[in-house]
Design a protein around this ligand. Structure first.
Ligand SMILES: *[C@@H]1O[C@H](CO)[C@@H](O)[C@H](O)[C@H]1NC(C)=O
Ligand SMILES: *[C@@H]1O[C@H](CO)[C@@H](O)[C@H](O)[C@H]1NC(C)=O
Ligand SMILES: *[C@@H]1O[C@H](CO)[C@@H](O)[C@H](O)[C@H]1NC(C)=O
Ligand SMILES: CC(=O)N[C@H]1CO[C@H](CO)[C@@H](O)[C@@H]1O
Length: 305
């Protein structure tokens, strides 16, 4: 049951769109469409509005989630643990402390492409992994969210002290690539709930014009947290509020900080209730388009205190 929640949450990762100025507005010459529940997409010229497409996509995705939860769970002891890359849409690797997902949830929007993810090392609260992908077509649609999901006991925000984390990565073949590298945290009013009230994204990388969900198209604040000045955006996903901190000097490829500092910023300044539970911490990449791109997370660690 716990694992089901992880899978559900892993698939609802939200990033944003390309060339947006708001959830339903775009730069001049582009029109907003909704290709899935989480991204307003700006496409060249005039085109459809999105409510119907949004609803349709939501239900098809919900089905996929449910049917694929139990596929391919490999449990291994902690310690060095590598194996062949896995390429199936919902393939994953459970290391005990982590679940590494390929998660090609939006691959249906591509005209061609593929993606494979592999584990390089996992031990305790540290993981090293990589994902390699090419996606063509559907340039305004996210194709996937390959990510490492850290397993921990959900904790009320008021009970958190620190969440030290560090991530070092390289991204190869970024020329022409549209993608992000981002943490994705979810909170809810109950522990372990798969229905989240808040999604907190921390974007270390924003390549090729990728941007987060935003109601206004503008930053709402520019806090400096853990050595980086972040452009903060917010916008809704249905009843869930998304806060995205985008590194102003992205990509930040070697970062360490305290995730609780972002949470404390939001409880102090954005009205996020401390009675919320932090249920999910994951980090990975959301690709739109690119060729032979490769994200290598050379070191990622998280501890929830
Ligand atoms: C976003 O807009 C810029 C210029 O406004 C353009 O060069 C770029 O191709 C656009 N990105 C996409 C994915 O359409
Ligand atoms: C990342 O930063 C840390 C702390 O500044 C440093 O010790 C480490 O060598 C850096 N790693 C890389 C790969 O640059
Ligand atoms: C990986 O991160 C952990 C935790 O920050 C650190 O102890 C370790 O030295 C790092 N390893 C490398 C190879 O950077
Ligand atoms: C996590 C979460 O609540 N995500 C929701 C985003 O909005 C869509 C509907 O638009 C829901 O299906 C998701 O559950």
């Amino acid at each position: 049951m716990k694992q089901t929640a992880f899978v559900l949450l892993a698939i609802v990762a939200a990033g944003g769109g390309v060339n947006w100025t708001g959830p339903t507005s775009c730069v001049s010459g582009y029109t907003c469409v909704y290709s899935n529940p989480y991204y307003s997409q700006c496409v060249p010229g005039s085109g459809g509005g999105g409510t119907t497409a949004r609803t349709t996509t939501t239900s098809s995705r919900t089905t996929s989630r449910t049917t694929t939860t139990s596929t391919r769970t490999t449990t291994s002891a902690t310690g060095v643990s590598t194996s062949a890359d896995f390429c199936g849409q919902w393939d994953l690797r459970d290391t005990g402390s982590w679940i590494l997902y390929n998660n090609l949830w939006g691959s249906g929007a591509a005209t061609s492409g593929s993606q494979c993810t592999g584990l390089d090392y996992a031990s305790g609260n540290t993981i090293r992994w990589h994902t390699t992908w090419s996606w063509q077509g559907g340039p305004y649609n996210v194709k996937s969210y390959a990510n490492a999901n850290y397993k921990f006991t959900p904790k009320q925000l008021s009970a958190l002290t620190t969440i030290p984390t560090s991530m070092t990565f390289t991204y190869a073949n970024t020329n022409g690539m549209v993608a992000n590298v981002a943490y994705d945290l979810f909170t809810a009013s109950t522990a372990g709930s798969s229905t989240s009230n808040y999604e907190i994204m921390i974007w270390l990388g924003a390549y090729g014009g990728a941007g987060p969900i935003s109601s206004s198209g503008s930053t709402i604040a520019t806090p400096t947290i853990d050595g980086v000045t972040w452009k903060l955006y917010t916008g809704p996903n249905g009843s869930m509020t998304v806060y995205s901190f985008v590194a102003s000097n992205a990509p930040v490829t070697n970062w360490s900080g305290d995730l609780n500092n972002f949470i404390k910023y939001l409880t102090a300044n954005q009205g996020v209730s401390k009675s919320q539970y932090l249920n999910t911490i994951q980090a990975g990449t959301e690709p739109f388009v690119g060729t032979n791109a490769k994200l290598t997370v050379t070191n990622f660690s998280v501890t929830v205190n």
